[in-house]
Design a protein around this ligand. Structure first.
Ligand SMILES: C[S@@+](CC[C@H](N)C(=O)[O-])C[C@H]1O[C@@H](n2cnc3c(N)ncnc32)[C@H](O)[C@@H]1O
Length: 211
């Protein structure tokens, strides 16, 4: 799998503090039985979907920290994902299938373009952050994204953001210990999925996308 021909690659990391770590949740009750996994489902949608197409230059990682298992990460690759429709049940069902596989510390593909591994935020950042990528932490009191992207958008970007509870102080420490730029996408606190849409749009306006 090679992403080298894309103009840019965008990666999003979303932390779901209560999101279930096994597949034992009901697709008809994603918020309750899934530990607000509905938020992560919407993030998948906003990261990957265009009108009648997918963003092939985007990868989204969901860090699941809820009951009952140790932390797990589910990855959706825009280039390779199949069987994904733009509704919460669809991404919820692919996450559920991934969680029904036994996870190990290495990635295992569950369905086409959807992968699972054991690990938390620090493990993921260590793996994902290669020298050619720039890390951005989305936070309400960061620097204005439009100023940061005014000159140029880095070719390979990684954006990390929280769920409805934000980030814990420990997670903030992990992020801030890295070479990271903290940015905001506007003056008001927004839902995580809406932030992803807006980041995608800011980059589209600057460099376009590979749909
Ligand atoms: C619903 S918000 C979290 C609100 C939570 N009550 C808090 O205090 O952190 C979800 C995530 O979206 C991102 N976010 C929300 N509004 C933002 C903004 N205006 N600029 C940048 N990131 C934002 C942050 O990463 C935040 O953790």
């Amino acid at each position: 799998m090679s992403y080298a021909f894309y103009i840019t690659m965008r990666e999003f990391i979303v932390v779901g503090h209560k999101a279930r770590t096994d597949g034992n949740f009901n697709l008809n009750d994603l918020p309750g039985s899934g530990g607000r996994i509905d938020i992560l489902c919407r993030c998948v949608n906003c990261a990957l979907f265009l009108s009648h197409d997918l963003r092939r230059d985007v990868i989204i990682y969901l860090v699941l920290l809820g009951e009952p298992d140790i932390p797990k990460i589910v990855k959706f690759e825009g280039e390779n994902v199949r069987y994904l429709n733009p509704d919460e049940r669809s991404s919820g069902s692919l996450i559920k299938k991934a969680l029904e596989r036994s996870a190990i510390p290495k990635w295992r593909e569950s369905t086409r373009g959807v992968w699972i591994r054991l690990g938390g935020l620090a493990d993921l950042l260590e793996e994902v952050l290669t020298e050619d990528k720039k890390l951005f932490y989305l936070q309400e009191n960061g620097g204005d994204i439009r100023n940061v992207f005014k000159e140029n958008v880095p070719v390979n970007t990684v954006f990390v953001l929280g769920d409805h509870t934000g980030m814990t102080p420990e997670e903030e420490t992990v992020i801030r210990d890295l070479d990271v730029k903290t940015i905001n996408i506007g003056p008001i606190s927004l839902h995580a999925d809406h932030c992803i849409i807006l980041v995608n749009n800011e980059i589209d306006r600057t460099v376009g996308t590979t749909g």
